[in-house]
Design a binder for this molecule. Structure first.
Ligand SMILES: N[C@@H](CCC(=O)N[C@@H](CS)C(=O)NCC(=O)O)C(=O)O
Ligand SMILES: [Fe+2]
Length: 358
């Protein structure tokens, strides 16, 4: 058995990496730098892997996206940890340099690495095989020092003393990458980081950083105040998930409904079977009241359906009908879900069938 469950997740909008780490024995997990808009995706993964989220951990107060920490606390009961010098309100734990965040038999050590912001922390895995450097060290780069409490002198010392002092084989996972790179190592950055590596002196670094000339992040006006509250939002916005059925959202990005719910609500929804006609009329039969619209003609025939009544899509196994929900959402349908497991599960659970044979 592996000693660590590890997933690197990406938010395209802000080029942010979120990291899921868990102890496979205890099923205990932590999530580093969750993104608000990806909270549903992250929750689906945590649930599908059968994990209990203990902590969301922030590397710092982000300027370019809102954290998903508060949403996860609401939905999963996780607690929020962030550096004590971050100036945030609402966290469950304010981390000091040297603190440990435990998850099962594994733990992360918090190291203060200020300079991009005052509260920046780097989290080092217990065996020093990985470190999560936030915006202190990026791959062949580093976080900027021209807003929030940025200070290039402080950042230079933080990186040299707290990150570059780790074992050279320690893998580095940053909070962002804008070119698609996913990880580096301490040895590699010590050698090749163009701002902080090699023979570069503190004054060289300060000169580099004061002349970057970058525009401020697009979401900064919204993100910083929201992150100072750990991503807390009004209850109305948090409840915006689909409410017409007890839907589940899969990691693949599909809303699903279970057969037992559909059986009790057959007359309240439009059931769209997207198989071929010979399958619809074949041995498996179809759900009573289902309308046949093969997947290939669904986009063209979507206007036959009402946007007011929920739509449940069905096929043999649930694969083609998952794609059908994507097509329908693109066509402007909000209340759409896939029948989990398709006709195979529907029949296995002995629900009523029209047509078909035993
Ligand atoms: N274009 C990006 C800019 C993001 C940005 O400035 N990111 C900060 C981290 S919060 C940074 O330090 N970037 C380093 C760099 O771009 O070199 C946006 O609008 O979000
Ligand atoms: Fe940042």
């Amino acid at each position: 058995m592996t000693m660590l469950i590890f997933r690197q997740l990406f938010d395209q909008q802000s080029s942010t990496y979120t990291y899921l780490l868990a102890d496979p024995g205890a099923r205990a997990a932590v999530l580093i730098d969750p993104v608000f808009e990806q909270a549903r995706r992250d929750r689906a993964l945590i649930e599908e892997l059968g994990l209990k989220l203990l902590w969301t951990i922030e590397t710092h107060v982000h300027a370019d996206h809102v954290t998903g920490a508060w949403l996860h606390r609401q939905r999963l009961g996780s607690r929020i940890a962030i550096g004590a010098a971050s100036g945030t309100e609402g966290a469950d734990r304010l981390l000091a340099h040297g603190d440990r965040v435990e998850f099962g038999r594994r733990a992360l050590e918090a190291r203060a690495t200020p300079g991009h912001t005052s509260g920046c922390m780097t989290y080092v895995l217990d065996d020093r095989s990985m470190a999560f450097s936030g915006d202190a060290v990026l791959i062949r780069g580093c976080g900027r020092t021209d807003f929030q409490e940025g200070n290039p002198h402080t950042l230079y010392r933080s990186v040299r003393e707290q990150v570059f002092s780790l074992p050279e084989g320690c893998l580095l996972y940053p909070a962002h990458d804008y070119c698609g790179l996913t990880s580096s190592s301490v040895g590699e950055e010590r050698m090749y980081n163009p701002r902080l590596g090699g023979q570069i002196l503190e004054e060289d670094f300060v000169g580099y950083m004061t002349n970057l000339g970058l525009a401020h992040p697009k979401q900064m006006e919204v993100a910083v105040p929201a992150n100072l509250r750990c991503g807390r939002i009004t209850d109305a916005a948090a409840a915006a998930d689909a409410d017409w059925a007890p839907l589940t959202f899969t990691f693949a990005g599909i809303w699903e409904v279970q057969p037992n719910w559909l059986e009790e609500h057959l007359r309240e929804v439009q059931i769209v079977d997207v198989r071929q006609p010979d399958e619809f009329n074949g041995a498996l039969g179809h759900v009573p009241g289902a309308r046949l619209v093969p997947l290939g003609s669904l986009a063209a025939r979507a206007q036959e359906l009402s946007k007011e009544r929920p739509v449940v899509t069905v096929c043999r196994s649930g694969a083609r009908s998952a794609q059908a929900t994507v097509l329908l959402r693109k066509a402007g349908f909000d209340k759409v879900a896939n029948l989990a497991g398709g006709m195979l599960r529907w029949r296995a659970q002995r629900f009523a069938v029209e047509g078909g044979s035993d």
